[in-house]
Structure formats: structure tokens, C-alpha cells
Design a protein around this ligand. Structure first.
Ligand code: COA
Length: 156
């Protein structure tokens, strides 16, 4: 059975780290010291469990007035079963329900089509983070006004 759990920064994030270390550190060779950062303390974290095992995670936080979604990870054996979609949609809903108009992500280039399917639009030039090529993307609240100006501001 699939179950969702929400955590705050001060909570015990062991289950989120278990998934993230498996996916980002072991699978993608991200240095372990980069995997946990200060944003974890202020973020809201989503955990997806299959029965009692954590199989997916992601986080949402505001930095310098901008809302970011990130650390989206699903264990390899559970991919292509729409768990990633569940995580991203849940995080977006959480952000939009709290009045946020736009949500940004630094997406790994190879995965941008996954985010495009969920309404994200790429902007700016590709850049490297943790040795992996990324692109900035943004998703707008469906009823938010004046999207074009907002995207323009981010692009400039
Ligand atoms: C990216 C990731 C979270 C996707 O999770 P997932 O549970 O496999 O994704 P879903 O099953 O919800 O996929 C939704 C759709 O996106 C597509 N998709 C999934 N991964 C994709 C990828 N890498 N590139 C292009 N499309 C992709 C799926 O085929 C599916 O398409 P459909 O709706 O037409 O069937 C997962 O592959 C993962 O954890 N990757 C390693 C960590 C990572 O790179 N995270 C991203 C950091 S920016």
C-alpha cells in the first residue's frame, strides 16, 4: 500500500536521507557532503512509503523570496509507476494552496521532459550543480495572473 507522509525540517529525516543517499550518492555519485544542506532544516519534505519502506521523497522551501522544489527521488525499482508524479504534484499543490504563485526547480537536464509533463517550463542557460548539468524550470499556479511578466523577470 502506498502512503504519503509530510515532515518538517526539525523532524527526523532519516527516511528521506535513506532514499536520497541511495539515489543521488550511490546511483548518481553526488558527494555525500553535498547531499544534506541547510535547506533541509527549513524545507517541508514529502515521503512516499510502500507499506513501511520509504521509496520516494522530495522537498519544498523558500529561499530569497523564491519557492523551490527539489531532491525529487524515487528508488530505481519503483520508477515509471507515477510515484515521481505523485511527489511533484503533491509538492506543487502544497505550494499553490499556501498562496505561492510560482515554483522553481533546478532540474537535471536529462529529466526535464519529466518536469515538462508536470507543467514546468525551462528558462535560462544550463549550469552545473554537484557535477551534473541542470536547467532552471518554473511552474505557475494554474490561476495565477501575468505569467509572462514573471517568466521575463526570471529570464533577465
Ligand atoms: C525523475 C524521477 C523522480 C521520475 O520518477 P518516476 O516515478 O519514474 O516518474 P513517473 O513514473 O511519475 O513518470 C511520469 C512521466 O514522466 C516520464 N519520465 C520519467 N522519467 C523520465 C525521464 N528521466 N525523462 C523523460 N521522461 C521521464 C515517464 O515515462 C512518465 O511518462 P507518461 O506519463 O507518459 O507515462 C526518477 O526517475 C528518479 O528518481 N530519478 C533519479 C533522481 C533524479 O534524477 N531526480 C531528478 C532530480 S532534478
Amino acid at each position: 500500500m502506498i502512503r504519503i507522509k509530510w515532515l518538517e525540517g526539525p523532524d527526523d529525516l532519516t527516511d528521506a536521507y535513506r532514499v536520497r543517499f541511495q539515489v543521488f550518492v550511490k546511483e548518481q555519485n553526488v558527494p555525500p557532503e553535498l547531499e544534506i544542506d541547510d535547506m533541509d532544516k527549513i524545507a517541508r519534505h514529502i515521503l512516499v512509503y510502500m507499506n513501511s519502506s520509504p521509496i520516494g521523497t522530495g522537498r519544498l522551501f523558500v529561499q530569497d523570496g523564491k519557492c523551490y522544489l527539489g531532491r525529487i527521488a524515487v528508488l530505481r525499482e519503483y520508477r515509471k509507476q507515477h510515484i515521481g508524479t505523485l511527489i511533484v504534484k503533491s509538492l506543487l499543490q502544497k505550494a499553490f494552496n499556501s498562496g505561492i504563485d510560482e515554483v522553481h526547480i533546478h532540474a537535471q537536464i536529462w529529466v526535464q521532459d519529466f518536469y515538462k509533463k508536470l507543467g514546468f517550463i525551462p528558462y535560462g542557460k544550463p549550469f552545473y550543480e554537484a557535477g551534473i548539468e541542470h536547467i532552471s524550470m518554473v511552474a505557475y499556479r494554474p490561476d495565477s495572473q501575468d505569467n509572462s511578466n514573471s517568466l521575463l523577470n526570471e529570464t533577465l
